[in-house]
Structures are given as structure tokens and as C-alpha cells.
Design a protein around this ligand. Sequence first.
Ligand code: PNS
Length: 169
Amino acid sequence: MAAHPRTAVYPGTFDPLTNGHVDIIERGLGLFDRIIVAILLNSGKQPLFDVGERVSIIREVFASQPVVEVETFEGLLVDYVHRRHATVIVRGLRTVSDFDYERQMALMNRHLRSDIETVFMMPSEQYAYVSSTLIKDIAALGGSLAGLVPPVVETRLARRREAATTRRV
Ligand code: PNS
């Protein structure tokens, strides 16, 4: 590792982690010495998995890679990135429709702190259509998630579906 390790922050909701996220993190490790996966607390969205569960899922998936750290943050992303002595935010770009939102966020973050740069990375084509929202929909309707999410996520989603089904009968 270099004397000044390059740290990138990969922020998001991760409700839940998908193989698209995993792909971005793995690609990011080719560019950075350390990646902090930063889960936003109190996003205003009603999450399926509470934040503790999201943290433990990501830690489990990257258990063999200590250069991937998982934390939570509150408040402005750029302030958090600065506190962690990082200068790079990593975001995944899947589709043209992601672009407008991502561009606006990147430029606003640059306005707030010009010393922090956003780096966009494209996931592998096979994950270009994968989103946490679609994953939750498919899981709720009993569809197969094989190859779309890490096995730990598949198991936890199946467990939730079983619990919901049991409650209904
Ligand atoms: O996975 P998501 O929901 O697309 O992630 C969005 C996230 C967490 C990156 C964004 O909402 C964020 O950075 N929130 C923190 C508050 C903040 O800094 N807002 C100004 C961003 S321009």
C-alpha cells in the first residue's frame, strides 16, 4: 500500500446490497487502496433491512477483504468524506436515466467541497438492469434472484418472504 493510501467512499442506501454494488466495489479496488462503503442513516426512505442488517451483510460479503470497510453516516456526504480523510466519492452508473441524478449530485457535492471528486464506474453489463428496488419486488413475489445478489442476501430475502407468508396464513 502507498504511503498515502488512496481512500474512496462508496455511499448509498444498499437496501439490499446487489451484485451490481459488489461489482463496483471490486472494480474500485483496482483503483483505490481502501474503499469505505458508507450507508446513509435516516434517508427518509422506509428500508426493508434495518441499517445494522445492511452493515452486517456487506461486512459478511467482504469478510476476506479488510480494505473494504463498512460504516454509516449522517448529514452531508462531503462532510463525512472529509472526516474520513478521503477525497473521492465512487458512484455506479448503470443507465442513461441514472445520469441526470448522478450529475446533479456530483456537481452539488463539488459546489459544497471542491476538493472532493466523484468518480463514476460502470458495472458489468450483466448488472446494468439490477437495482435494489427491483430485487425487493422480485423477492416479494417469489422470483429467482440467483446471480443478482450475494447468497447471504438471497437467504435473508427468502427468510423474510417466508415470515411474511406465515403471518398471512
Ligand atoms: O443509494 P442511493 O439512495 O442512490 O444513495 C444516495 C446518497 C446516500 C448517495 C445521497 O442521498 C447522499 O449523499 N445523501 C447524503 C446527504 C447529502 O449529502 N445530500 C446532498 C447530496 S448532493
